[in-house]
Design a binder for this molecule. Sequence first.
Ligand code: PBG
Length: 326
Amino acid sequence: MAFSTDRPRRLRRTAALRRLVEQTRLHPADFVLPLFVKEGLAEPQDVASMPGVQQHSLESLRKAASEAVSAGVGGLILFGIPETKDATGTGADAEAGIVQQALRALRSDLGDSTVLMADLCLCEYTDHGHCGPMTSDSATVDNDVTLMRYASVARAQVEAGADVIAPSGMMDGQVGVIRDAIDSAGYADRAILAYAAKYSSAFYGPFRDAAESTPSFGDRRGYQMDPANADEALREVFADIEQGADAVMVKPAGPYLDVIARVASVVDLPVAAYQVSGEYAMLEAAAANGWIERERAIVESVTAIKRAGAQTILTYWATELAASLR
Ligand code: PBG
């Protein structure tokens, strides 16, 4: 019996050999931390479906942001929850809106030591929970009326100091309209990270608790992508690049590694992926039950996302990961 002389195990024999040939290496700057800040909150509130994640007050936000930056994360992305909601989401572009307040506070605390991103959507600000104003028959989100709202929100966010605007509403034409709006407001130097391939996913469930953005009727399938589609992701990505995106995102991350890999193989700008709330909640729940090794599973999950081709990973574990890599 002739055994194979091909022995891949030679390079796995010791930790030092494995380290030498490791192809995907994580770095603190790979990670962007999503943060929720709620208007009128005196004390931070735990998010039940996301153990370890909180809705922040302005005070606790500043602390969490400083901790993340000290740990070395690549950036922060802010989500706001307003005190009052209405049909058009007026809290989103108010000069004293909660995200604008947060951006100013964090800029004054942190200067240019980190990248401040603002998620741009209206679902946290509308009373119906959809990502923009509805058509008059309430059948769907009015695409072009919503674009005008997004232009105004983008201006408010850059004026408050955002380095990066990250539109997540999946309205057609949103990147181009936002690019025009911030250019003409004198902020041609601010970047757009487009949520380009964003799927209509059940894995956003816990986020909607955290952001208080569950639609009061219907769902988002009329604007977010069908999880069954992959080619369409490229169409969305190329459209956003054409409209002026500086970087593109695939979301969710773990269940869409094939999409990340395809996007990364065809674009020549940075590719980000969002490890979403459901990905976080599942792993934390399994770990809390003793069914999975928590730290190893977290590292494996983000390594897989980077291996697939994402150079930036938005993850609720950003601070913990960055600190452990330091
Ligand atoms: C929309 C938005 C969502 C997420 C980020 N931006 C939710 C949605 O589309 O319903 C989800 C993030 C997560 O699940 O962690 N503003």
